[in-house]
Design a protein around this ligand. Structure first.
Ligand SMILES: Cc1cc2nc3c(=O)[nH]c(=O)nc-3n(C[C@H](O)[C@H](O)[C@H](O)COP(=O)(O)OP(=O)(O)OC[C@H]3O[C@@H](n4cnc5c(N)ncnc54)[C@H](O)[C@@H]3O)c2cc1C
Length: 434
């Protein structure tokens, strides 16, 4: 497997990248973080801000995983509604979890401003409805979020949504004024630079091969091909790229692929006509499309970035453009004839409940994984909550612990087709509008 960023619009427009050396030899630290995506970077940064010694081990490069490839959409809340959480865990843990649903966007904006991270931050995100049922769901969501203190969701009727997205497909939607979008890889690289500025250490090309989990008396030891880290605590943040390092985590989650294309730079009047307010958009289908404009690409114009599709089990599709371009043209037929410059795939981690999993294995090993498609904001909260737990304040960490983690049914062989079948059922319901 390649261990450098895939060819994407993000890799082509990233800021000059610092190369962090691979780990060689033995190191002692307070916390060893495995994975330099947002979960790992956010955890490391919060810990460093509280005086911990931190070493981050990354198998490939900073932002190699989903954090450097995603749609860049700052989407509030979880991949599952807050009322579903209430039904699962009861009012009090749900109240804490609901409050955290709107915190990630604030953390990102704080990071960007505090550390001067240049990542093309733009405000505003749209949820677009194809059917009256989806619109009613957004109305209910607006009330639900308001009940939890979040009042930045504004409903759009059919005429209003045409003013923000130039397509006839939607019957309405909602704009989240607390949503927005970023250049995801440049955010990750900026967070890595902030970590180093606070004395943290990052090692790229340092895959963790084995963890000696330790005991109450002995600390855990993390092994890479050429070195090892002895730490008081280990935070596992490998998400969909972790593989089988910790079988307990693999059993209750499933890597899934999703694909993104980027057009050639568009004439400015065309770009502006597609998305006049420069909001990002995701639709309300179970298997959803997501799109937005990039920042200006070195004076050549802005590009449309369009994502969608889900490959259960995360095999890389042979022809990404063939999958995503028709989706883009269904939304924006006016882009027929426009060239696609980049096409890439990335993996996110699905859980059966579509809620993230945060927890502890034994005394020393903490983890967070499985945002199920919406992780740009949550991973930033997860880092803060994990850091709080390691500092001895576990109330919010325990609220996540109250969420049940289910294994995927069907064992290794048939869980992928079984889950794809379930998704097919939900997307059929979307198509039929039931
Ligand atoms: C194409 C795509 C589009 C998406 N769009 C959006 C979006 O618009 N909005 C949104 O909210 N969410 C989106 N998501 C989801 C979001 O990007 C993820 O939830 C989030 O980035 C996960 O961050 P992470 O740090 O947990 O994992 P990752 O970013 O995947 O990072 C994990 C890191 O761990 C490393 N690693 C794994 N195993 C080891 C090991 N053994 N040793 C050392 N390092 C290891 C990997 O190399 C990787 O760099 C999208 C995801 C994809 C794939």
């Amino acid at each position: 497997m390649s261990t450098t960023h895939p060819r994407s619009y993000y890799a082509a427009s990233r800021h000059p990248q610092v190369a962090y050396p691979a780990l060689v030899g033995e190191v002692d630290t307070d916390v060893c973080v495995i994975g330099a995506g947002y979960t790992g970077l956010s955890t490391a940064l919060h810990l460093l801000e509280h005086g911990f010694k931190v070493t981050v081990l990354e198998a490939a490069q900073v932002g190699f995983g989903a954090s450097g490839r995603n749609g860049g959409q700052i989407v509030n809340s979880y991949s599952r509604d807050i009322d579903a959480i209430e039904r699962q865990v009861g009012a009090e843990p749900a109240r804490l979890l609901a409050a955290m649903a709107f915190e990630g966007g604030r953390i990102i904006r704080e990071r960007v401003s505090k550390y001067g991270i240049q990542c093309d931050l733009k405000e505003g995100g749209v949820f677009a409805a194809f059917t009256a049922k989806q619109l009613r769901h957004l109305e209910a969501q607006q009330k639900l979020w308001a009940r939890h203190g979040y009042t930045q969701l504004e409903l759009l009727d059919a005429a209003a949504i045409r003013g923000v997205v130039a397509t006839e497909r939607y019957v309405g939607g909602a704009v989240d004024h607390g949503g927005g979008h970023i250049h995801p890889l440049n955010l990750a690289l900026g967070e890595a630079a902030a970590i180093v500025s606070l004395g943290g250490v990052i090692h790229e090309h340092s895959p963790v091969l084995r963890i000696d989990r330790g005991s109450t008396q002995t600390p855990p030891i993390v092994h890479t091909p050429q070195g090892q880290v002895r730490a008081r605590f280990v935070v596992v943040a490998g998400n969909a790229y972790l593989g089988g390092l910790l079988p307990e985590l693999a059993a209750k989650s499933m890597p899934c692929g999703t694909q993104v294309i980027a057009t050639e730079p568009l004439p400015e009047d065309l770009a502006r006509s597609l998305l006049p307010q420069d909001y990002c958009v995701e639709d309300c289908n179970y298997l959803l499309d997501y799109f937005r404009l990039t920042a200006d690409d070195q004076g050549r114009g802005r590009r449309l970035l369009y994502g969608g599709g889900v490959v259960y089990g995360a095999r890389d599709p042979a022809d990404i453009e063939a999958i995503i371009r028709p989706k883009m043209l269904q939304t924006f037929p006016q882009l027929r004839g426009v060239k696609i410059d980049y096409a890439w795939t990335g993996n996110f981690l699905l859980t059966l409940s579509r809620l993230p999993q945060m927890g502890r294995l034994g005394d020393h090993i903490y983890y967070s994984q499985g945002c199920s498609g919406h992780g740009v904001t949550f991973t930033h909260v997860a880092g803060k909550v994990l850091a709080e737990a390691l500092r001895g304040q576990a109330e919010r960490f325990d609220a996540f612990g109250a969420l049940p983690h289910y294994p995927f049914p069907g064992g290794r062989l048939i869980r992928v087709p079984l889950t794809a079948l379930g998704a097919w059922y939900y997307s059929l319901r979307d198509k039929l509008g039931v």
